[in-house]
Design a protein around this ligand. Structure first.
Ligand SMILES: [Ca+2]
Ligand SMILES: [Ca+2]
Length: 422
């Protein structure tokens, strides 16, 4: 009999225009024994789960122009116009990339003026899924003293966004947003409505210098719910589940504060302040396809509370470093696990480097809070906020980890002995 290979049992489930793959790992010769994936292997395998976006939205990039549109680069729509796939109200303009409005893919987009609103109803899949949105928000002009924003809402969620010069060099930014938990082909009304921000008290701005927001390239992603994995008590500790990265995501995806871990586009983590969701294609990511960067200075971070067995000892392992994005200065990161807190100084080598850390703690009677907070405010030489990178956060019982490694080692020795003698 063969004792030489792992067999990967793969279940492939197809949804309407949506496919994801579930993987499980078995040792071929011990069919009743399902070996737990080690966290690193688990994180890598998440890449193959492929929670891909489907074509939930029609005309998500507005490249199918409104009907009855005369020539021009920035046109206010009226009752004679229809935006394919979308309904609109109030002041809505169809804009073309120009010197005043820069878009990542050039092309066209929608600008929401005063009381401007667009909406589209899309249909959820049969299965119970979490829905996330990625979109591009562009500054609607130049020399703006204030940036009006917009509210993105569904029946289950609401988020306000406005352009913030502190988070990127480009005159556009990509944001992620949690839409809700839907199933059974539910109709979901996605509404995007402008909202003017109050000028700061020391600003002499008038209404002419308010730039109204431009929206483009909406991407809806369905993420399967996850029942957990005992090799890591922190689901999504590798940050592989989150808003989908568009191809032009060289500055990552900005994630605003999320009120709790359920309503977060960084699945299962509460977001504090603003963080940047970064991909391995454009940033240094120690493991897998994604990590996070704490970018809004002091108190920017992530948090997760969970119930652990009182009196038991746990180990929290994690990776901290720099994302190789031109950030200057060293980082101070506060890591909390229950009653234990450490402040860790990270030397920023500015080349994309990382170190692994761990800390042990005993669980108390209440929910245990795991958090990573930035205790430093750092910027690039261009004045763009940046900060420490976090990845590969693993929480598990200290005893299980030790016994798990012994178990694996004993099995390997046993198998080696069989191979030698038979
Ligand atoms: Ca477009
Ligand atoms: Ca990762």
């Amino acid at each position: 009999m063969s004792l030489k290979r792992w067999d990967m049992g793969i279940q492939k489930r197809s949804l309407k225009k949506h496919t994801y793959i579930l993987c499980s790992v078995y040792w071929v010769n011990t069919p009743k024994l399902v070996l737990r994936m080690r966290p690193k292997l688990f994180s890598v395998l998440l890449l193959f789960f492929g929670f891909a976006s489907a074509d939930y939205l029609k005309n998500p990039d507005f490249e199918t122009p409104p009907t009855d549109l005369p020539a021009g680069s920035s046109l206010q729509l009226n009752l004679n116009n229809k935006i394919p796939g979308w309904s609109f109200e109030g002041t809505v303009l169809y804009v073309t990339a120009s010197e005043d409005i820069t878009l990542p893919d050039n092309g066209h987009a929608i600008q929401l003026g005063p009381d401007g609103k667009i909406n589209q109803t899309f249909f959820a899949s049969d299965d119970e899924m979490e829905y996330l949105l990625t979109f591009t928000l562009a500054a609607g002009g130049r020399n703006c003293s204030t940036y009006a924003g917009f509210v993105v809402s569904t029946p289950s969620s609401k988020g306000f966004f406005n352009f913030n010069q502190q988070y990127g060099k480009e005159p556009w930014q990509i944001y992620g947003h949690y839409l809700g938990f839907f199933s059974e082909k539910m109709p979901i009304n996605l509404v995007i409505e402008s909202q003017e921000t109050q000028p700061s008290s020391d600003s002499d701005s008038d209404s002419d210098s308010t730039c109204w927001p431009v929206i483009d390239s909406l991407l809806v992603t369905a993420v399967p719910t996850w029942d957990g994995d005992t090799s890591n008590f922190l689901f999504n500790g590798g940050f592989e589940f989150g808003a989908e990265f568009p191809s032009k995501s060289a500055e990552g995806i900005l994630l605003n504060a999320a009120p709790n871990h359920d309503e977060s586009s960084l699945r299962e983590w509460t977001v504090i302040g603003t963080i940047r969701y970064i991909d391995s294609e454009h940033f240094f990511v120690p493991e897998g396809n994604a990590a996070i960067e704490l970018v809004s200075g002091v108190s920017s971070g992530i948090e997760r509370a969970l119930r652990l067995k009182e009196g038991s000892t746990y180990i929290l392992e994690f990776t901290l470093g720099d994302a190789n994005d031109g950030c200057e200065g060293d980082f101070m990161v506060g890591v909390r696990a229950g009653s234990v807190e450490q402040r860790i100084m990270i030397q920023n080598k500015r080349t994309g480097s990382a170190n692994d850390f761990s800390m042990t703690f005993d669980a108390g009677p209440d929910d245990t809070v795991i958090s990573f907070l930035s205790y430093s405010t750092t910027k690039t030489k261009d004045g763009i906020f940046c900060g420490p990178m976090v990845d590969n956060v693993v929480l598990r019982p200290l005893k299980s980890q030790r016994s798990g490694y012994k178990f694996t080692l004993m099995n390997l020795l046993f198998l080696a002995a069989i191979k030698v003698f038979f």
